[in-house]
Design a protein around this ligand. Structure first.
Ligand SMILES: Cc1cc2nc3c(=O)[nH]c(=O)nc-3n(C[C@H](O)[C@H](O)[C@H](O)COP(=O)(O)OP(=O)(O)OC[C@H]3O[C@@H](n4cnc5c(N)ncnc54)[C@H](O)[C@@H]3O)c2cc1C
Length: 475
């Protein structure tokens, strides 16, 4: 008897040839037939960890896999849409926490859930299943959502469906937060963001762009005009070089987001030219995470002479580390499409100084780090190896070392919203801040995270806000 998850191999379609010459999405998509075949690999296990332990949205993955297997793609869409507000974003950029906890992944390879999700949602858009909604009731309650990243959009969507009047305020000219200004087009083309925004606008959500709450409009004024506020402002403050890194202020040293958002603005036509370009440059990307990887792919496309990505942590193991057993998200080496496009990766190195000529960065000096590991085998502390410093030629240095928290002035300061020790908003289990009627969601609460977690957080906040407003209505 055939055992699908063992007998049908997982399909990994990979990336387009020649992709580094343009900004189109890099992934090759399997055909409808291939997706149905892949859905057969789902074991429909009694306790689906993909749905419970993996997906922050709690997507009912076994049920939509069953529908896809039986070629019921309309049903699959409505199963998916019950829990996921924006499958078109997650099916493109989610690292697929569900796949890491898929039971089939124990004896074999996990089910290709993200590829299946992509087929479901793109088919739904093609066939017109994704439509603007009209709430059955109008509550007369008004909610201001501050920030239009995935958390703000998810909150707005859910609140409008409950019949509340929702206005989304965004300080950028265009909407989408990091979906638009952070994640490169080669992972998520911006037409996909526009398509969803059109649905949300047609559903009655009002979008006010180019309005910074706390600067253009006072936060107190907003609070008086709305029955509740949902603060979804992200964590935009980037981590820079420490004060001991000489030359850190040289020209040619930029934060990753400045570089990435400039390219996204040019691709979308919002800007005519790049404010930072890697063309002909020797690029050093400092930080080995996803943002750094996006800098690599963008620098390669812009025509960089060379790209080196450095990371202070040691190289993770090639396979799941024992400290993160199934169904946990595995600690292991990740190689993105951008890495495959041509870059050198160095691990366990630390930038000590930037050499400057005529005000411009020319090279960086790096130390090699010696790591000690804790009892689980994970890196714990490092020291620099004396006498092993080396130089890398670099006239464009991109800092992608993470983010340090929320902007403390503006809305946070004006409303007196309390922060925690990580400089993110101290929201309680009810997603409420210390200020009456002011809720918060997304990265500004959790710290830098993922699109899927931001969306889940926005939905959770919307639920709490809805309960809060219903209490007001009753009293
Ligand atoms: C370069 C990069 C690549 C990434 N790639 C991935 C990926 O591939 N997959 C993945 O899952 N995650 C990825 N992430 C993480 C993901 O983008 C974030 O976790 C997610 O966008 C957070 O959503 P959010 O709504 O909380 O905040 P954001 O997306 O940061 O949105 C916050 C919004 O609030 C607005 N705002 C802030 N203050 C105000 C104010 N006072 N008034 C009005 N508007 C305001 C901002 O302009 C912004 O638009 C990436 C992040 C970066 C930086």
């Amino acid at each position: 008897m055939a055992v699908n998850f063992l007998d049908i191999p997982r399909l990994n379609p990979g990336y387009r040839e020649g992709r580094a010459a343009d900004y189109d999405e890099v992934e090759i998509r399997p055909s409808r037939g291939e997706v149905a075949e892949q859905a057969k690999r789902c074991m429909n296990c009694g306790i689906p960890f993909c749905h419970g332990a993996g997906c922050p949205l709690g997507n009912n993955i076994p049920d939509f896999n069953a529908a896809v297997r039986e070629n019921r793609l309309r049903d699959a869409y409505f199963i998916l849409a019950q829990t996921s507000p924006f499958p078109e974003f997650t099916s493109r950029v989610c690292p697929a926490l569900c796949e890491a906890s898929c039971t089939a992944g124990l004896p074999s390879e996990p089910v290709a859930v993200r590829q299946i999700e992509y087929e479901i949602i793109e088919n739904a858009f093609r066939r017109g299943y994704v439509e603007p909604f009209k709430p059955r009731v109008r509550t007369g309650m008004r909610v201001a959502v501050v920030g239009s990243g995935p958390s703000g959009l998810a909150a707005a969507d859910a609140l409008a469906k409950k019949g509340h009047e929702v206005v989304v305020f965004e300080k950028n000219v265009n909407f989408g937060g990091l979906l638009r200004y952070g994640i490169p087009d080669f992972k998520l083309k911006k037409g996909v963001v526009e398509r969803r925004l059109d649905i949300l606008s047609s559903s009655g959500i009002t979008f006010e762009g180019g309005v910074e709450i706390g600067a253009d409009i006072s936060a107190e004024y907003l609070r008086r005009k709305f029955d509740a506020l949902c603060v979804c402002i992200g964590t935009p403050v980037p981590r820079g070089f420490g004060p001991n890194v000489e030359g850190r202020g040289a020209r040619g040293v930029h934060f990753a987001l400045e570089f990435l958002s400039s390219q996204n603005r040019v691709v979308s036509g919002e800007s005519a030219e790049l404010s930072v370009s890697a063309k002909g440059k020797k690029v050093l990307v400092v930080g080995g995470g996803d943002t750094g990887s996006d800098c690599v792919g963008t620098a390669v496309r812009q025509g960089a002479k060379s790209v080196v990505q450095v990371e202070i942590m040691p190289e993770p193991p090639a396979a799941r580390h024992p400290s993160t057993p199934w169904p946990m998200w595995p600690y292991k080496l990740r190689t993105s499409s951008s890495h495959l496009e041509g870059c050198e990766r160095l691990w366990a190195v630390n930038v000590k100084s930037v050499e400057v000529r005529g005000g411009f960065a020319k090279s960086a000096t790096l130390a090699r780090c010696e790591w000690v590991f804790d009892e689980s085998g994970r890196p714990r502390a490092f020291s620099e190896r004396p006498g092993e410093d080396f130089k890398i030629d670099a006239d464009l240095i991109l800092l992608s070392m993470g983010f340090t928290g929320v902007e403390k002035n503006g809305i946070v300061g004006q409303l007196g919203i309390l922060l925690n020790s990580r400089s993110t908003i101290a929201a309680d289990a009810g997603m409420s801040t210390n200020v009456e009627g002011v809720f918060a969601a997304g990265d500004c609460v959790s710290g830098p995270s993922l699109v899927v977690r931001a969306a889940a957080s926005g939905l959770a906040a919307a639920g709490k806000i809805d309960a809060y407003l219903n209490n007001i209505i009753k009293t």
